[in-house]
Ligand binder design. Structure first.
Ligand code: NOJ
Length: 738
């Protein structure tokens, strides 16, 4: 197959791509231009003809190698100008080798690990001809009811920004033209993670100040990381649907941030502008989306159907269309598609190869968070255990462990927990298994007796509970986020045996564990860990590796606490342990007028069950000797911070050192803590290390009431530690002059 580009690739730098795109644009008919702005779904019988006629710029959801190559051949050889196709796919956490759901990857707090996962996903997807993924999803969310929290990188703008940038770097590498690199897409601009009541597609209201200080930050970071494309959100924002939102798309993205790539709508989100009641019909929707600069329409056809008429009617200008087509063509040149439109899987590493599996295992392992470990129940030991009961619906289910957004992953590649435990202990420990529930949602207690029986006969129990993959993801939201079905009852029945119980939770979101947490001895939160769940978890359970994951989201005690997040505001009545009352402690007889008069819930207090940044280890870490380069710095200067970290436990382990600050007084109220740095460090027992961070005063900037990004003079608190409840404390001041 010889690619027949209309233009010779003489200039290869960024400017060159644009010049080539411009030269090509000058030859295009209006119909061909509108074609480049249209993304259509694979599979339809008339697709080849549409491509031939220049009506298609991108195809979504076609990953059959022969078909993809044939579509590219039609585009290159049979369409008038030989323009290759963007082949888009949701490669969210792996292609064939499935990595943990993004929330699970975020729990690793390890940008390098995340970058590696995205790189492997890109290489595998590219071998199938995919050249564009719709990831990373960098919507900040503070609502675990929202099913798409699984696809998110958590509640914090800094963490999400750093990890999202790492994903972009993994997908795109340092040059989109590199073999195995694919274009990334930062989505969903913006505010989608704040849908009311955590219900997908719902209304979003975020004041501009909060939008800029929290929700937009990771998007800016993705832009700085060179992300090729953005996707507009399904939701409306302050009354204006994102796909027609001039403030987001023009003011912020193009004007303030000077974004040069292209924006794709979400699936039919342009057509849905009229369903929102923002436009009256498809024609108005096309006009609206075009006017704010949505360069490509996904799935619906309002552009194809109406742009020509809108031009005739002079409602839009040709130069607007041209700019958008240029944006699309430039990416195609950057990806090197005119020279290499086809894929040849033989030129790529084998899918699901050993190296990819090892990377997936490490990612899963580093994302597991040890939430509880009483009496050092974990790690288990082959020396002391003769028998182990393995119970639960998620112990041996290769499909469910992969989680949401797995279009291409196959359960036949999955290594389940039960298999891995068998592999690990061989015949040294007698493993008995009862699934006990068909799914996590089952109400039947039919197999409970059998489960209790094997628990009674064993030295310890490991229960694999949680949620199937279908309970999280797009449009899969929950109003209650407890363990579904009869899992709590199952735990209770097993707890009654008095055997040590380790709970391994596989889930797409934080669950409310309060009803069961006291009934078990240890809890390992594994999210949906992907293909290599089994080996990753077995090695953790048996202590070959110490857990090192930290929560990227706060875990509520009860649904009623949502949204609950560590970087809250102080309020005028901050709660503390001595100014709150529990509902059970209200004196029934007396007329009690004050129950604390602070910001708390009578039945849930004011803290989460597990805070952001929290996660235990098999070792212990001691933080000490916090020091600043100076406790007074001038605007424009950098503050250097050091502290000592020492592994005081008995095993080698990794710790995520976290740096938080508080800006005490601001033109708008500031959070009581804000993450400003983190580093994952591995130490042997007894070993210590100096941890260093540096903070430029720009890193402390926030949007004020006038929406100016400013760093204000004044006092700051600073903490370093292993969670958002870090205690090692110091303070500093930003001054005008020294
Ligand atoms: C809808 C989702 O919201 C978006 O994230 C995804 O990339 C597209 N569908 C394409 O599948």
């Amino acid at each position: 197959m010889t690619p027949q580009s209309p233009l010779t690739p003489t200039i290869s730098d960024a400017k060159g791509h644009e010049l080539r795109a411009q030269a090509l644009l000058s030859k295009m008919t209006l119909e061909e231009k509108i074609g480049q702005m249209s993304q259509v779904t694979g599979g339809s019988w008339h697709l080849p003809q549409d491509i031939q006629e220049g009506k298609v710029g991108s195809v979504i959801n076609e990953v059959n190698v022969e078909t993809v190559n044939e579509l590219q051949r039609v585009a290159m050889e049979e369409s008038r100008l030989g323009i290759p196709l963007l082949i888009g796919r949701d490669v969210i956490h792996g292609f064939k080798t499935i990595f943990p759901i993004p929330l699970g990857q975020a729990a690793s707090w390890n940008p390098e690990r995340i970058k590696e996962g995205a790189k492997i996903a890109a290489v595998e997807a590219a071998s199938a001809g995919v050249n564009w993924t719709f990831a990373p999803m960098i919507d900040i969310t503070r609502d675990p009811r929202w099913g798409r929290i699984a696809e998110s990188l958590g509640e914090d703008p800094y963490l999400c920004g750093e990890l999202g940038a790492a994903m972009v770097a993994g997908f795109q590498s340092d040059d989109l033209d590199n073999k195995g690199s694919i274009a990334a897409c930062a989505k969903h601009l913006a505010g989608y993670g704040a849908v009311e009541s955590g219900m997908d597609y719902n209304t979003v209201n975020i004041p501009e100040n909060e939008l800029r200080n929290v929700y937009l930050r990771p998007f800016k970071k993705a832009l700085d990381a060179g992300v090729a494309t953005f996707m507009s959100s399904f939701s409306d924002l302050n009354g204006v649907p994102a796909s027609g939102n001039e403030f987001l798309m023009k003011q912020v993205l193009r004007k303030e941030w000077d974004f040069k790539g292209f924006v794709v709508s979400d699936w039919e989100s342009i057509k849905e502008l009229s369903v929102h009641g923002y436009t009256a019909n498809d024609k108005e929707s096309a006009l609206c989306a075009l006017s704010v600069g949505i360069d490509m329409e996904m799935a619906s056809t309002t552009y194809a159907d109406h742009l020509a008429t809108l031009l005739e009617e002079n409602k839009i200008k040709l130069h607007e269309v041209d700019t958008m087509v240029l944006n699309v063509l430039t990416l195609k040149f950057k990806l090197g598609l005119f020279e290499n439109p086809y894929t040849n899987p033989n030129e790529f590493p084998e899918l699901v190869n050993e190296k990819h599996l090892q990377a997936a295992k490490l990612s899963a392992q580093e994302g597991c968070v040890l939430l509880k470990n009483d009496h050092q129940t974990l790690p288990l030991s082959k020396q002391t255990l003769n028998s182990l009961a393995v119970i639960g619906p998620l112990a041996d289910d290769g499909y469910e462990q992969m989680g949401t957004w797995v279009f291409d992953g196959e359960s036949r590649h999955s290594h389940t927990c039960l298999q891995a435990l068998h592999d690990h202990v061989g015949d040294e420990v007698d493993i008995r298994f009862v699934r006990a529930m068909e799914t996590s949602r089952s109400k039947s207690q039919h197999e409970f007796e059998q489960a209790v029986e094997i628990a009674q006969q064993s030295d310890a129990v490991v229960m694999f509970v949680g949620e199937e993959s279908i309970l999280s993801g797009e449009a899969h939201c929950r109003a209650e986020i407890n363990l579904p079905g009869n899992q709590a009852e199952l735990i209770e029945a097993i707890a009654a045996t008095g055997k040590p119980i380790v709970l391994v939770v596989l889930a797409g979101r934080p669950l409310t564990l309060a009803p069961v947490i006291d009934k078990v001895d240890a809890v390992l939160y594994a999210w949906h860990p992907g293909t290599m769940a089994g080996p990753a978890i077995a090695e953790l359970l048996f202590g070959l590796v110490s857990p090192s994951g930290k929560l990227p989201v706060s875990f509520p005690r009860a649904v009623g606490q949502i949204p609950i997040y560590y970087s809250k505001k102080n309020t005028g009545r901050p709660p503390s342990w001595d100014n709150i009352t529990h509902i059970d402690d209200i004196d029934g007889a007396a007329v009690q007028t004050s129950l604390g008069m602070s910001s708390f819930h009578l039945d849930a207090g004011f803290t989460p069950l597990f805070p952001f940044g929290f996660g235990l280890s098999y070792s212990q870490f001691e933080y000490s000797d916090i020091a600043l380069s100076s406790n007074r710095i001038v605007l424009g200067d950098t503050l250097n911070i050091t502290a000592q970290l020492r592994n005081t436990g008995a095993v080698e382990a990794q710790e995520v050192v976290q740096l938080y600050i508080r800006d005490l007084v601001g033109n708008v109220t500031r959070p009581i803590k804000e993450l400003k740095g983190f580093e994952k460090i591995r130490l042997k027992p007894g070993e210590s290390q100096t941890v260093s961070f540096s903070l430029h005063t720009d890193d402390l900037a926030f949007y004020n009431q006038k929406m100016q990004l400013v760093t204000e003079l004044g006092d700051f608190h600073l903490w370093i530690g292993g969670s958002s409840e870090a205690e090692l404390f110091t303070e500093f001041e930003i001054v005008e002059t020294l």
